[in-house]
Design a protein around this ligand. Structure first.
Ligand SMILES: Cc1cc2nc3c(=O)[nH]c(=O)nc-3n(C[C@H](O)[C@H](O)[C@H](O)COP(=O)(O)OP(=O)(O)OC[C@H]3O[C@@H](n4cnc5c(N)ncnc54)[C@H](O)[C@@H]3O)c2cc1C
Length: 387
């Protein structure tokens, strides 16, 4: 082991680990980045598009990654949410008096640009991955950003309670025959949830990112289809949901392969201890119907760096791994994360119920929320800034 001591060892290779390493470096902390050896600055090939909220974009702006990423991003100007009967909700940037409701970004481009920024970041050294014996370097704090399957979290003895939804998120890139006009659409089809996120690649005005949450058996069928049959199944699903909206979307065709992710609600029972902290999906996992998993992880990054940096100014005798300091981070992050997990889980349960009266009520509920200004505003605020 080298005798150099770092302030923080960041373990992980995804967007959360890279954002944390960059943000710490910008605040003057020395960082050992323990990433997987196969991760290169070209970024992993990920067909997902992420909906990022205003707080995430502000963080990426401060990290100076946003100007380049913006070329790969599309603004969401309107959001249409459809129930499985007549219920509908609509939000618009114009009504909310904001420039956009969210930005849709390319997952691969985000990781690639973060990786490139890290190559030039001062005080950041790439070190071998953390093993069961711990980090290969000395560091006051070990920040575990290894995603939901973190082995370091397990080695620390932290339990990860996991509720498997039995659903998979099927994702792909699409092109439509009609322009999207910046409208994101989501259909609660019970048991499916289908989302089309307006994107600008390959066609600037008529591309989408697809996230289609379906029961595992249906996901396996969809993933086994050839491209033409997949396109047919997708177009039929939208047509069955609402023929008028389907006409506005136009015919959808694939511009990428199709991939699937198992979906779960999960939470670590402890988020920090003396000398270690969990960040991002290593601490919590949420269903992608809310498009908030990475937003929560980036809000963790923002909060952790602020807490550490404030503590350095106000209590300079405390090291970054001081448990009292880390508990401030935990206190600030647990409530918003649990609120978002509860909201998403509640919606899923509501739309999983096949009973006629429940179906009627949930669709009526959507229409009532559409007319109730304060409730709708609360929901929009949560979506705009899941902090
Ligand atoms: C279909 C789908 C759509 C989604 N859409 C959205 C969306 O629109 N908006 C949104 O905010 N979120 C979305 N999410 C959630 C988002 O993908 C995750 O919340 C986010 O990727 C979590 O980032 P992370 O860096 O914490 O974890 P990960 O992305 O899982 O990254 C962790 C990385 O660390 C690596 N690693 C593991 N162990 C080690 C180790 N010991 N050493 C080094 N590296 C290690 C892993 O291989 C991985 O590369 C979506 C998720 C899915 C499945």
């Amino acid at each position: 082991m080298s005798s150099i001591k770092f302030d923080v060892c960041v373990s992980g290779s995804g967007a959360v680990a890279m954002s944390l390493a960059l943000a710490l470096s910008r605040e003057g902390w020395s960082v050992a980045w323990a990433k997987s050896p196969q991760v290169t600055p070209t970024g992993s090939h990920d067909i997902r598009t992420y909906a990022l909220n205003a707080r995430s974009i502000a963080l990426l702006e401060r990290l100076r990654v946003w100007p380049a990423l913006k070329q790969w991003a599309s603004p969401v100007l309107e959001m249409d949410i459809h129930g499985d009967q007549s219920g509908a909700l609509n939000f618009s940037a114009w009504q909310q008096k904001v420039g956009e409701l969210a930005w849709i970004v390319d997952a691969g481009a985000l990781e690639r640009l973060l990786g490139q920024a890290l190559e030039f970041a001062p005080r950041v050294e790439v070190v071998p991955p953390v093993t069961e014996k711990g980090p290969s370097v000395l560091a006051d704090l070990l920040a575990v950003c290894e995603g939901k399957q973190s082995t370091t979290r397990a080695a620390l003895g932290v339990e990860f309670t996991r509720h498997d939804y039995g659903h998979w998120g099927v994702a792909a890139r699409l092109r439509a025959t009609e322009p999207h006009h910046g409208v994101a659409r989501q259909w609660f089809r019970s048991p499916d949830i289908l989302a089309l996120l307006p994107f600008n690649d390959p066609d600037p005005l008529s591309s989408y990112g697809l996230v289609w949450s379906v029961p595992k058996a249906r996901a396996e069928q969809l993933l086994a289809l050839n491209p033409q049959d997949f396109e047919r199944a997708l177009n039929e699903a939208i047509q069955q949901s609402d023929a008028d909206v389907a006409a506005r979307v136009g015919r959808l065709s694939l511009t990428s392969e199709v991939a699937g992710w198992p979906l779960a609600l999960a939470r670590a029972t402890r988020w920090a201890g003396a000398g270690w902290v969990l960040v991002g999906d290593a601490a919590h996992q949420v269903h992608p119907l809310s498009g908030q998993g990475l937003n929560l992880g980036l809000a963790d990054v923002d909060t952790l760096v602020t807490v550490l940096t404030d503590s350095r100014q106000q209590e300079p005798w405390r090291l970054p791994g001081d448990e009292r300091t880390l508990q401030r981070y935990v206190r600030q992050r647990q409530w918003p994360t649990q609120t978002m997990q509860g909201l998403t889980d509640g919606l899923l349960k509501l739309f999983a119920d096949e009973h006629g009266p429940v179906k009627d009520l949930r669709n009526l509920g959507m229409s009532v929320v559409q007319r109730l200004g304060p409730v709708k505003q609360w929901l929009v605020n949560r979506a705009l800034d899941a902090s």
